[in-house]
Design a protein around this ligand. Structure first.
Ligand code: UDP
Length: 509
């Protein structure tokens, strides 16, 4: 679908504003780049200098190809909120020091600067694609009389489950944290417990319900009041839930994913999200990793990553290590950033000779992994994932079945979609959500035992028992690829979104 002739002369200027956390920034930058590839669209991404460094080379390449895309860099007020200088992304916030709220406060302090920058935009902003969590962009959009489109970084399924749980007030009648109940009013029978969904639902039994309710309601209102929503999903993946979601916005829900598939060049896949300027080149280590993968049998390797923010406790990490070793399969395990937990694990690693013993069969990645590139490799046959939506959809789009280990937020609901609705995963059976640092609220440590991990891997990778799961996920992967190609559902939805912004003034009259 082309933009109508009378609008094609006017350039549309999309402002894209992600929260600075990898799971939010990566898909929104993909969306920004997809938009900029469309005729007559200019895109400006609002961010801060440290974050801009993470995707500068990508935008430079896009501009060399003639696409009109850039970043507007605002100073991040680290000092004002007591954060270390340069702490401009949630993945840089030091763990265990209770600085998460300071980080969010600094994001909030950007408001007047965002507003002023948007007023000065040239050509004037046509719309703002705002992270769903940035409530205050609603007033900026209203002041400029432009549509505010929220980016929902999860799937329609989890959004609907959490809304149905909250709206029905079913949690009020649930006796314990671990009692299973059925999510009301869904096309599928989905059972969860309170402890799994506490971060994404409202429980009327909590101590200070008025305040919690107020916050939850404010967020919900701001989401509902948006002109429409962009979702990183595709129509064929969860049709019933897309339909439900569309009812909320008079049809203005655009599933444009899987957005990670817009990274078709090797360089984009290899460098997507790499966290420092020094990592902005494909280094020897990465080349060695790809060569190592080339040597493994097709479908033999398990890839392990629990996302960009979550940490496992050291004890849990050693259980995972033992589970991986006893599975006797090739593995890649992303350990993530250096911190106290990782230091303690490294001590164990050295003293037990874990890494040394598994040389050749297992690869440990410290810091950032080129996830999309790894998942694309034919040797990868399974993904042990925390079910963050980006990781989940990346696995689906690349046809990789999952072993699910949800940790917090809506990840338990994503697990339900993967295992029970789509039939493309094996669950490790976790019942309780944890904090970012891997500990439970009460300080206990949740442990998935090494034997359970081994069993899960065996089940996932089993040639016979896993056949149907593999067939289903490959089929969904093919559908995902078709969706983002010319004429595919996501590509058509992207065009419909541009058309809706182009005609915004007219439809409002
Ligand atoms: N990711 C990556 N390399 C890493 C860790 C994460 O490329 O070492 C990417 C991953 O591909 C995904 C995103 O970071 O796109 C993580 O988002 P997700 O929603 O899966 O989880 P979160 O990090 O938000 O918990």
């Amino acid at each position: 679908m082309a933009i109508a002739a009378n609008q094609s002369r006017r350039q549309l200027h999309f402002i894209v504003f992600p929260v600075m956390a990898p799971g939010h920034m990566l898909p929104m930058i993909d969306v920004a780049r997809m938009l900029a590839r469309c005729d007559g669209v200019m895109v400006t991404i609002i961010t801060t200098p440290v974050n801009a460094n993470r995707f500068r080379s990508m935008l430079d390449r896009d501009r060399e190809c003639g696409f009109n895309i850039g970043a507007l860099e605002l100073r991040f007020p680290c000092k004002e909120v007591g954060l270390p200088e340069g702490c401009e992304n949630a993945d840089l916030v030091p763990k265990g020091k209770n600085l998460e709220m300071n980080f969010l406060a600094a994001v909030g302090m950007l408001r007047p600067h965002v507003e002023a920058a948007m007023k000065r935009c040239e050509p004037p902003a046509s719309c703002i694609v705002s992270d769903m969590l940035l409530i205050w962009t609603a007033e900026i959009a209203e002041g400029l009389n432009i549509p505010r489109i929220v980016f929902n970084g999860s799937c329609c399924f989890s959004y609907w489950c959490s809304n149905k749980i909250t709206d029905s007030e079913i949690l009020g009648g649930v006796k314990s944290d671990t009692e299973m109940f059925t999510v009301p009013d869904l096309p599928h029978k989905i059972q969860v417990c309170k402890a799994q969904v506490k971060g994404v639902t409202f429980d009327p039994n909590i101590l200070n319900p008025d305040l919690a309710k107020l916050v939850a309601e404010k967020l919900r209102q701001s989401i509902n009041a948006a002109y429409g929503a962009i979702v990183n999903s595709f129509d064929e993946l969860e049709p019933d839930y897309v339909k439900e979601y569309k009812k909320m916005y008079g049809g203005r829900v655009w599933c444009v994913g899987p957005v990670s598939l817009c990274n078709q060049e090797y360089e984009d896949q290899a460098l997507r999200g790499a966290t420092s300027a020094a990592e902005k080149k494909i280094d020897e280590q990465q080349e060695r990793l790809m060569k190592w993968l080339d040597l493994q049998e097709a479908g033999s390797t398990i890839y392990v990553s629990l996302g960009s923010l979550a940490r496992l406790t050291p004890r849990q990490m050693t259980e995972l290590a033992v589970g991986l070793e006893s599975s006797k399969r090739p593995f890649i395990w992303v350990l993530g950033k250096k911190d106290m937990h990782l230091d303690a694990f490294e001590d164990w690693n050295v003293s037990t000779g874990f890494e040394e013993r598994n040389k050749g069969r297992g690869v440990l990645i410290r810091e950032w992994a080129p996830q999309v590139l790894i998942l694309s490799h034919p040797s990868v046959g399974g993904f042990l994932t925390h079910c963050g939506w980006n990781s989940t959809l990346e696995a689906i789009s690349l046809g990789v079945p999952m072993l699910t280990w949800p940790l917090f937020a809506e990840q338990f609901l994503n697990e339900k979609l993967v295992v029970e609705v789509l039939g493309i995963g094996v669950s490790l059976g976790l019942k309780v959500s944890v904090n970012w640092d891997g500990s439970e609220d009460k300080g206990n440590i949740v442990v998935v035992k090494s034997e359970e991990i081994k069993e899960g891997i065996d089940k996932l990778m089993d040639k016979e028992a896993g056949k149907e799961r593999r067939r289903k996920v490959k089929e969904l992967g093919e559908k995902a690829k078709k969706a983002v190609q010319k004429g595919g559902s996501s590509q058509c939805n992207l065009m419909a979104l541009i058309q809706a912004v182009a005609t915004f003034g007219a439809t409002k009259l």
